[in-house]
Design a protein around this ligand. Structure first.
Ligand code: 5AD
Ligand code: SF4
Length: 436
C-alpha cells in the first residue's frame, strides 16, 4: 500500500538536498511524495533556524495543520531540520499534534521513527550519532528528474561566527569520504545529471578521506571533472579563510568548474569583522578577490552581508558599502542582523530596528544595481546554457548559464541539453537569448 508524503522545505540548499534524501529513505517504507498537503499521510516540515523568528514560524505553521489532523487523526506530522535540533522535546510539549522530531544528523533513523509513528508512538531524535547518516541512507533512486543535482560533501561548522547558529544546530565540521562522493556523483551522472553542486556549510574546508590521505576540495573537484558526462561542477558555501591556492588555481585550470563563486564576507568593517569573529580583515578579502580574478577573470562573485550587527556604526556601514563597490558583485544576499538565542552576539546591545532597516534598504539598492549592471554586461555575449525545463512561453526553454544566470530561449532542445546561446536581453532576475 502506498502512503503519501508531503515535505515542506525551508531555508538553504542543504535542506533541499536533505528533503530529497528523506523522501528517498521513506520511499523504502512505501511513501511516495505528493505536492498536496491535504492528501498526505505524513507531513514533514524541514525547518531552518538561521534567521528571524524560526521557532515561532514553525509553531504557527504547525497550528495551521491542526484542522487537517482533526479531520484525519491518522495523519502523521514530523518536524526535521535545524529548528527540530534546537527545540527538540519542546516541540512535542507545545504541539501535541506532532508525531516525530528529527535533527539533521539523524535522518537515517527516520524510517524507523515513521514506523513508530504509524504504531501511535511519538519519538524525538536530536543526537549527533557516531555513525554517518549518509552511510545509512538508501541509494538515490533510478531516474533523475532534473539534469542538475545537489550533493552534500561536508556538513557543520567549527568557525563559530558570533551571530550564527550553524555550529550548534548542524554540529562540528565533518567531510564525507571522497570515494562516497565520487560514487554518488557517478550514480547521478548515470541517471542523466550533467551538473552537480557540491554542498557544505563550509564546503571549501572539505577534507574528506581519499585513497591517499585527506583530499582538499580542489582535489575532489579535479577528480569529479574526470567523470564523463558530468559537464559542470559548482560548490557552495565558502569561507574566505579556506579559499586555498589550489582551489583558486582550479578555477583557472578546470573548465568544468563554473565561473561563479559564492564567497560571503558579511561586513566591510574590520571592527565589525572582529566582533563577528570572522578571523579576517576586509583587506584580506579584497586581496583574495584579486587572486581569484587573476585565475579566472570572468568569474561572477556573490556574497552575503549582515547589516545592523550589534555595535555597527554609520562608519562601519559605510565601509561595507565601500567593500561592495570595490568588489562589484554579480548578485548578493543581504540580511538584517537577527539575534539567535545561544550565540555570543545575542547578548550584545542591538542596533535600533529603524536604523538597521534603513541600512538594509541602502545595501540592497546598491547590490541590485550591481546585479543589473552584471546582467546588462552579458547582453551581446555568447554563453553556454544547460536547459532544465520549459519556459513560461510556448516553445521556450529555461536553464542556467555558466555564470548561474537564468536564461530563456526559444528552442526545441530537451532538458539536459547544453547549447551556446547569444544573450539578447536582461530582465530583473533572468536573461533572454537565442540559440547561437
Ligand atoms: N542574522 C542575520 N543573518 C544571518 N546569517 C547567518 N546568521 C545570521 C543572523 N543571526 C546570514 C549570513 C550567512 C547567511 C547564510 O545567513 O549572511 O552567510
Ligand atoms: Fe555560520 Fe558560516 Fe560562520 Fe560557520 S562560517 S559560523 S556557517 S556564518
Amino acid at each position: 500500500m502506498t502512503k503519501k508524503l508531503f515535505i515542506k522545505t525551508y531555508g538553504c540548499q542543504m535542506n533541499v538536498y536533505d528533503s530529497e534524501r528523506m523522501a528517498e529513505a521513506l520511499g523504502a517504507e512505501g511513501y511516495v511524495t505528493t505536492e498536496v498537503a491535504e492528501e498526505a499521510d505524513m507531513v514533514l516540515l524541514n525547518t531552518c533556524h538561521i534567521r528571524e523568528k524560526a521557532a515561532e514560524k514553525l509553531y504557527s505553521d504547525l497550528g495551521r495543520l491542526k484542522p487537517l489532523k482533526v479531520e484525519r487523526p491518522d495523519l502523521k506530522i514530523g518536524v526535521a531540520g535545524c529548528v527540530a535540533q534546537a527545540e527538540g522535546e519542546e516541540i512535542l510539549r507545545r504541539m501535541p499534534l506532532v508525531d516525530l522530531v528529527v535533527g539533521p544528523q539523524s535522518y537515517h533513523r527516520l524510517p524507523a521513527m515513521a514506523k513508530r509513528a504509524e504504531a501511535g508512538e511519538k519519538s524525538v531524535d536530536t543526537d549527533f550519532p557516531e555513525e554517518d547518516k549518509f552511510d545509512h541512507l538508501p541509494d538515490r533512486p533510478k531516474a533523475a528528474v532534473r539534469p542538475t543535482a545537489f550533493l552534500t560533501v561536508q556538513e557543520g561548522c567549527d568557525k563559530f561566527c558570533a551571530f550564527c547558529v550553524v555550529p550548534y544546530t548542524r554540529g562540528a565540521e565533518i567531510s564525507r569520504p571522497a570515494e562516497r562522493v565520487l560514487a554518488e556523483a557517478q550514480g547521478l551522472v548515470g541517471k542523466g545529471v550533467r551538473e552537480i553542486t557540491l554542498l557544505g556549510q563550509n564546503v571549501n574546508a572539505y577534507h574528506g578521506a581519499g585513497a591517499d590521505g585527506d583530499w582538499s576540495l580542489a582535489r575532489l573537484v579535479r577528480e569529479l571533472a574526470r567523470i564523463d558526462g558530468l559537464d559542470r561542477i559548482r560548490y557552495t558555501t565558502s569561507h574566505p579563510n579556506d579559499m586555498t591556492d589550489d582551489l583558486i588555481a582550479a578555477h583557472g585550470e578546470e573548465p568544468k568548474l563554473m565561473p561563479y563563486l559564492h564567497l560571503p564576507v558579511q561586513s566591510g568593517s574590520d571592527r565589525i569583522l572582529k566582533a563577528m569573529a570572522r578571523k579576517h580583515r576586509a583587506e584580506d578579502y579584497l586581496r583574495l578577490v584579486e587572486k581569484i580574478r587573476a585565475a579566472r577573470p570572468d568569474i561572477v562573485l556573490s556574497g552575503d552581508f549582515i547589516v545592523g550587527f550589534p555595535g555597527e556604526t554609520e562608519a562601519d556601514f559605510a565601509a561595507t558599502l565601500d567593500l561592495i563597490r570595490a568588489v562589484n558583485y554579480g548578485m548578493a544576499y543581504s540580511f538584517k542582523y537577527s539575534a539567535r538565542p545561544g550565540t555570543p552576539a545575542a547578548e550584545r546591545t542591538p542596533v535600533p530596528t529603524d536604523v538597521a532597516d534603513a541600512r538594509l534598504q541602502t545595501v540592497q539598492a546598491l547590490l541590485t544595481e550591481q546585479q543589473r549592471a552584471t546582467q546588462a554586461a552579458m547582453v551581446g555575449r555568447e554563453v553556454s546554457v544547460l536547459f532544465e525545463k520549459p519556459g513560461r512561453l510556448q516553445g521556450q526553454m529555461v536553464g542556467k548559464s555558466d555564470y548561474l544566470h537564468a536564461v530563456h530561449a526559444k528552442t526545441d532542445a530537451t532538458p539536459g541539453t547544453i547549447a551556446r546561446v547569444r544573450i539578447t536581453g536582461s530582465a530583473p532576475n533572468s536573461l533572454a537569448g537565442e540559440i547561437a
